[in-house]
Design a protein around this ligand. Structure first.
Ligand code: DAT
Ligand code: MG
Length: 165
């Protein structure tokens, strides 16, 4: 079944110049990239992204990590699409805990746990189709994705926005 999944190259991945390596590893999946953005992550976006973990003792550190307070204030967000996309990407990422991840997986090769206990695991990948849809809609507007993944509508937005001067 064709699926979409959200991938984030987290701030440690960008700080360590791993973008090329990670994208190369992901290209083994033969999936299509249908969206890509560089994002400066706000606290609000980080909180929404990890809402499921809001009661965990490590939540505050997780927010700081995703916002880039330990590395660089940017994240690369991508949407991959194709057959069994969610599992294919998760397999290449490896286990959540980088010390337990298969050493040939992305997290096994590049992740670490800091002395503070933060899992710096370089990459995020959606866990299931419901999470993927929620996460993709959080990180991308309909026009930032080159395929029609989910229904969208035209809405008049009466807001001020920056344009090129
Ligand atoms: P995954 O990223 O594999 O989907 P998750 O959704 O359970 O795992 O957790 C999200 C992130 O939170 C994970 O990438 C790293 C961090 N995390 C999870 N469990 C942790 C723990 N016990 N201690 C510190 N950080 C943790
Ligand atoms: Mg998860």
């Amino acid at each position: 079944m064709d699926q979409a999944t959200l991938v984030l190259i987290k701030p440690d991945g960008l700080k360590k110049s791993l973008t090329g390596n990670i994208l190369t590893r992901l290209s083994e999946t033969k999936l299509d990239i249908v969206g890509a953005r560089i994002v400066k992550v706000s606290r609000e976006l980080a909180q929404k992204h990890y809402v499921m973990l809001k009661d965990k003792p490590f939540f505050e550190d997780l927010l700081k990590y995703l916002m880039g307070e330990y590395h660089k204030k940017k994240v690369m967000a991508l949407v991959y699409y194709g057959e069994d996309a969610i599992q294919k990407v998760r397999n290449i990422c490896g286990a959540t805990n980088p010390e337990e991840a298969d050493p040939v997986s992305i997290r096994g090769a590049y992740g670490r746990i800091t002395t503070k206990g933060v899992y710096e695991n370089a990459i995020h990948a959606s866990a299931n189709p419901e999470e993927a849809e929620r996460e993709i809609k959080l990180w991308f507007a309909p026009d930032e994705i080159i395929s029609e993944l989910y229904p969208a509508k035209v809405a008049k937005k009466n807001v001020e926005a920056r344009v090129w001067a």
